[in-house]
Design a protein around this ligand. Structure first.
Ligand SMILES: CCCCCCCC/C=C\CCCCCCCC(=O)SCCNC(=O)CCNC(=O)[C@H](O)C(C)(C)COP(=O)(O)OP(=O)(O)OC[C@H]1O[C@@H](n2cnc3c(N)ncnc32)[C@H](O)[C@@H]1OP(=O)(O)O
Length: 180
């Protein structure tokens, strides 16, 4: 089925903010995190930027492949905001096309390609040298819709308690819920 942008999705161009302050991908409270900033795009699409820093190296002066995959995963995960669905990564396949040096801004773009029941198919690219620059990485993913209980039942109690007693966090979790 064709994906449908939720009527209450953030407007195109709107900065999405972190879904969780301690998220490695988007959280502001992780010193070595990616600090990825995502914006709602048109349709069921997202754009995002990630600057590769020293803490993200694999080979000298080059980004670690797993970190680049994390940036793709986070960008694809941000599509949840547009569907107003909570979904986790089930499968993620990455192509590494060009090396990405430290200091590079990775310009990411992701969109949902199809939805089938709880399965959300999506694709992403990361370009260097500008939003129209050459593709350095790309990924195809399958996300699976879950209930908020997925986190409450499986997360470590310490962090879950802290998240549930934080009104901002509860508000953000609600922003993902489907309101038919
Ligand atoms: C107020 C406090 C609470 C706080 C709340 C905070 C709000 C947070 C909001 C938003 C968070 C977003 C976070 C984004 C972060 C970035 C994204 C990540 O990195 S997520 C982490 C990495 N991923 C995992 O940890 C998943 C681990 N895996 C699982 O838990 C399960 O395997 C799960 C849920 C994915 C599926 O398990 P099943 O039991 O629910 O469902 P089954 O029946 O197995 O699968 C459903 C369908 O999907 C297919 N499927 C599942 N996995 C597949 C795979 N790997 N490949 C192909 N198909 C797969 C199955 O074949 C099935 O298909 P058929 O319906 O039969 O057609």
């Amino acid at each position: 089925m064709q994906p449908v942008r939720h009527p209450d999705a953030p407007a195109p161009g709107e900065l999405l903010g972190a879904h969780y302050g301690e998220c490695f991908g988007c959280g502001g409270d992780q010193p070595h995190g990616l600090h990825l900033e995502a914006r709602a795009g048109d349709g069921v699409g997202i754009t995002a930027e990630f600057t590769v820093r020293r803490a993200h190296q694999g080979a000298p002066g080059l980004a670690h492949g797993g970190v680049l995959t994390s940036a793709l995963d986070e960008t694809l995960g941000s599509l949840n905001w547009l569907l107003r669905t909570i979904a986790v990564t089930g499968r993620l396949e990455t192509d590494f096309v060009r090396p990405v040096p430290v200091g590079t801004v990775l310009h990411l773009e992701a969109r949902v390609t199809a939805v089938a029941g709880r399965k959300i198919y999506s694709t992403a690219t990361g370009r260097i040298g500008g939003p129209e620059g050459p593709v350095a990485v790309r990924a195809d993913a399958l996300f699976i819709e879950v209930k908020v209980d997925h986190f409450i039942d499986n997360g470590r109690p310490e962090e879950i308690r802290a998240a549930m007693s934080d009104p901002d966090q509860v508000r953000r979790a609600r922003a993902f819920e489907v309101n038919p």
